[in-house]
Design a protein around this ligand. Structure first.
Ligand code: GAL
Length: 656
């Protein structure tokens, strides 16, 4: 190009761009797959549901459709000029949904939108990017959860001079272990109480860490129970059928020292006096479950040491039955025998043998069914065979039943309260007629405000949400929405926000490490413990890595979940702008667990004020994850909390 042509070309560019040589990078031409969002996938030049971008009645040709909570991190080189866009909630959700856009340049807030609700016109975004190297565009929910938050960034572009802006992935921290190793001296862990109905068989393995061999002894063991001093397994049937609290003292001794712990066996009507803790096959194996895999999970309870921290239930989810719609031959065969007794598929040839094995380890066994003709996986369910099925579960030796809803919708509507409750009442009556204790878990996704009546139909726990998956949007969306349900939880009756998604999960034969980052996994476990939620590990226990194990074996954190008071934690403070929350869970000894959460994309300080906790004076703080005292604080505590991370404190009024 000769010099004259070159100059005329540049002059043309100047003319086009107004006054500079800036080029334009459109957001819809960048690597959208790197955007993180709470629901669905980002769409280029379309809404998150694939419709033309339309906000407040105006259609836009360019831009992206996303969903709260979304984070878009764009690499700049300090030579970008402006970010401009029009932001709003897509018309496809009508007047539902609400969002707030925040734009950060190198951690400084450059722009904050109004609260934008469905139907509002798009708001102009026009941000100076002078000197900025990292642009962070965040779409937060409007403070009312992420439902319907279909956010559009229309005509979104960056004008720049130097390197072309590009979306980059969010940086993910390396796994870091906070749980200190258990000492070699004996320590007796787990809940301090267990409920049993009069005359029911009892099995309990004293959870204790410390060097082996260890010798166990129990003071006050009721007649009819026997302790194996080498394993700490207590089994038998309490002879005295009077409802009462049997006060025991557990002792454990090894070459390094001794420990003791008070323990109550509560003979009475109520099971699950603390939230059930165990494993369930669904989030890892789903339809690929087999007796071998369940047995391997039970073995892993012992080998990994999980059992030393109070993990008890080994639960089989769907796909132990015959599944007539599956083309897998191992799932086919006669559904029931001539008398109507349910038959297992070929992967579970000997249910009694399997539960004997699980009980032999001092653990308890769980099973799954549905009230309709078929389970959610299309396998044989209990409709019109409820009593026979309950008898089978009891004869096989099961201690826990998760009872779904799927396909019952073909029998009765799910929007009539009586119909919604009926199948659960029926199965509860059938379970109660069995000569063993079977914890009853309702799984109908929270419909009909189940928290308000789950206990009245016999539920020990009830799902409050749809299925969880291993993303931040799913886990945080479910977990933080549990606030407000605390009135309905307590010993024997728990809200269940679904199973844990740490470790290797996959819902089928192919597993992958959870997509939750390490910070997010700390948040997940902390929040579920604060919620007094049932803790059901959803990963392959034969593939436990040190980090995952450390998340599941912190006795002080578990102690918050298993606390005798059985109170569910709730939110006491919230900052929608900073996306931080403080939660409190009262504990039996008068202290409280307090969790600081940072839902933001950048590390931030989070403050808890004693006035929000209802505390009237200086308080002693302990960091539960690190198991370390932090000292006495006058009226508040502030700490930096990582992106999507947490801090869990035990707060006690100071003695003086
Ligand atoms: C779903 C339930 C899952 C799992 C699955 C089995 O309805 O929410 O947790 O049990 O059914 O098919």
């Amino acid at each position: 190009m000769n010099i004259i042509k070159k100059w005329s070309c540049i002059a043309a560019m100047v003319a086009v761009s107004g006054m500079s040589f800036a080029e334009i990078a459109w957001l819809d031409e960048m690597r959208g797959e790197r955007i993180e969002q709470g629901w669905g996938r980002p769409h280029t030049r379309q809404s998150v549901e694939g419709n033309p971008l339309r906000v407040g009645g105006t259609e836009y040709k360019r831009g992206i459709g996303t969903h709260s909570a979304a984070s878009i991190r764009i690499r700049l080189d300090g030579q970008a000029d402006r970010f401009t866009a029009k932001v709003g909630v897509d018309d496809e959700v009508g007047d539902k949904g609400s969002i707030r856009l925040v734009v950060y340049g190198d951690k400084t807030v450059l722009f904050e939108s109004n609260l934008l609700e469905g139907g509002d016109p798009a708001q102009d975004v026009n941000v100076d990017l002078g000197g900025v190297k990292q642009l962070l565009i965040i779409v937060n929910d409007g403070g009312n959860g992420m439902d319907y938050d279909h956010a559009d960034l229309c005509d979104a572009m960056i004008s720049y001079h130097g390197a072309k802006p590009e979306i980059v992935e969010m940086p993910v921290e390396q796994p870091y272990i906070l749980t200190p190793p258990a000492p070699p001296t004996p320590r007796i862990n787990g809940a301090a109480i267990f409920g049993v109905r009069p005359g029911s068989p009892f099995v309990y393995r004293i959870p204790a860490t410390g060097d082996r061999p260890m010798k166990f002894a129990v003071e006050g063991l009721p007649k009819g129970l026997k302790l194996d001093p080498a394993t700490g397994i207590i089994r038998g049937t309490i002879a005295d059928r009077t409802p009462k609290a049997h006060k025991l003292v557990f002792h454990a001794e090894n070459a390094k020292g001794k420990a003791e712990k008070a323990f109550t066996i509560q003979v009475g009507d109520t099971l699950a006096l603390t939230p059930p803790m165990g494993w369930n096959s669904w989030n890892c194996f789903a339809h690929a479950v087999s007796a071998e895999k369940v047995k391997a999970a039970a073995d892993a309870f012992i080998e990994s040491g999980l059992v030393d921290h109070g993990w008890i239930y080994v639960n089989i989810d769907d796909f132990w039955e015959i599944c007539p719609f599956s083309d897998d031959p191992t799932l086919q065969g006669p559904e029931r025998d001539a008398s109507g007794k349910i038959l297992t598929n070929s992967r579970f040839p000997n249910m009694k043998g399997l539960t004997d094995y699980i009980h032999g380890l001092g653990l308890r066994a769980g099973l799954y069914s549905s009230p309709g003709r078929f389970t959610c996986g299309g396998c044989v369910a209990s409709y019109q065979h409820e009593i026979q099925d309950a008898e089978s579960y009891a004869q096989w030796g099961f201690d826990y039943l998760k009872y779904d809803w799927c396909s019952y919708g073909d029998i009765a509507p799910n929007d009539v309260m009586e119909e919604l409750q009926k199948p659960y009442r029926l199965m509860n009556d059938c379970l109660r007629a069995q000569p063993r204790d079977i914890v009853f878990s309702l799984c109908q996704y929270g419909w009909g405000a189940v928290s308000t009546w789950g206990e009245s139909v016999g539920g020990n726990l009830w799902r409050t949400t749809g299925d969880i998956t291993d993303t931040w949007g799913s886990m945080a969306g479910i977990g933080f929405q549990q606030n407000g349900l605390e009135a309905f939880a307590g010993p024997g009756h728990w809200n269940d926000p679904d199973m844990l998604v740490v470790g290797h999960v996959g819902w089928g034969p192919n597993l992958h490490p959870t997509r939750l980052t390490p910070n997010e996994q700390y948040t997940h476990i902390t929040l579920w413990c604060m919620l007094a939620s049932p803790l059901l590990i959803g990963c392959d226990l034969t593939q436990l890595d040190d980090f995952t194990l450390s998340l599941l074996t912190n006795d002080e954190v578990i102690g918050v979940n298993q606390d005798l008071l059985g109170a569910q934690g709730f939110r006491v403070a919230k900052d929608d702008r900073l996306q931080t929350q403080v939660w409190k869970k009262p504990l039996a000894d008068g202290s409280m667990a307090v969790a600081l959460f940072n839902l933001h994309e950048i590390e931030q300080e989070v403050t808890v004020k004693w006035s929000d906790l209802g505390l009237g004076g200086p308080a002693q703080l302990r960091d539960a994850w690190r198991q370390k005292d932090l000292g006495v604080f006058e009226d508040h505590f502030t700490a930096p909390v990582a992106r999507h991370g947490t801090m869990l404190l035990i707060v006690k009024l100071s003695e003086k």
